[in-house]
Design a protein around this ligand. Structure first.
Ligand SMILES: Cc1cc2nc3c(=O)[nH]c(=O)nc-3n(C[C@H](O)[C@H](O)[C@H](O)COP(=O)(O)O)c2cc1C
Length: 213
């Protein structure tokens, strides 16, 4: 049996925290689609490095270019303002071991703070853009701003599309590493029991290949 969930939130999707549904759609929690996590690096207006733990994105393109497509960047973040101002950023993929350090960059978010130092990360110069890469990342994309728009028209989330200008990947990172403890970290955002609307636990996940050929 399938449980049908309407675009209009039913009463059993109660808030777990005040304002939850002012920011998120209840459909986000209908099952908790996993999405790959990464740290976006930009430069603050004062030139200090800024970090933003992020998910809700995909990476795709064609022979005309490869793109970081990020539809869920909050317009209230430093990152949104930095990207609109400087039109460049890096996307850095870290294994789940670094999750606690990423959270530190959320907890320490002052306007004049070096958020990469706050998280205990090491900066590494990018080749094609000014914002730094993260040395601990096994993969970094250097991006320039291709497009920005207001996702829903409510002034909450921006859809940012970055054109990937350059990639730096750890030379030892093959399929076994991608599908293992040193590979991508995924965000599973508070899936709720679709019948009751209850459940508020999130998880960090990683990949396990079901078949290696
Ligand atoms: C797994 C995960 C957890 C997050 N948790 C929070 C949070 O607790 N509070 C918050 O404001 N943003 C959270 N975010 C969103 C951004 O990481 C956060 O707003 C960030 O500090 C913005 O950085 P900036 O203002 O320096 O750009 C989370 C993102 C992810 C992917």
């Amino acid at each position: 049996m399938k449980i049908e969930i309407d675009e209009k939130r039913s009463e059993n999707f109660m808030e777990d925290w005040p304002g939850q549904y002012d920011i998120f759609s209840h459909l986000e929690f209908a099952c908790g689609v996993p999405s790959v996590m990464f740290l976006i690096t930009t430069l603050k207006e004062n030139g200090k490095p800024n970090a933003c733990l992020h998910a809700w994105s995909t990476f795709s393109g064609d022979s005309g270019g490869f793109f970081a497509i990020m539809p869920g960047l909050m317009q209230s973040t430093h990152t949104y303002r930095n990207i609109l101002r400087d039109k460049e950023f890096c996307v850095n993929f870290l294994n789940p071991e670094y999750y606690e350090r990423c959270i530190k960059t959320i907890e320490q978010n002052d306007d004049d703070l070096d958020e990469l130092s706050a998280g205990g990360f090491t900066v590494e110069p990018a080749k094609t853009v000014r914002p730094p890469r993260i040395a601990q990342a096994f993969l970094s994309y250097e991006c320039t701003l291709e497009a920005a728009s207001d996702l829903s028209g409510k002034g909450l989330n921006a859809m940012i599309i970055g054109r990937v200008r350059h990639a730096a990947v750890d030379q030892n990172h093959g399929i076994s590493e991608i599908c293992g403890k040193d590979g991508f970290a995924f965000n599973i955002h508070s899936p709720k029991d679709p019948a009751t609307g209850k459940g508020s636990q999130s998880a960090v996940a990683q990949l396990r290949a079901v078949q290696l050929t």
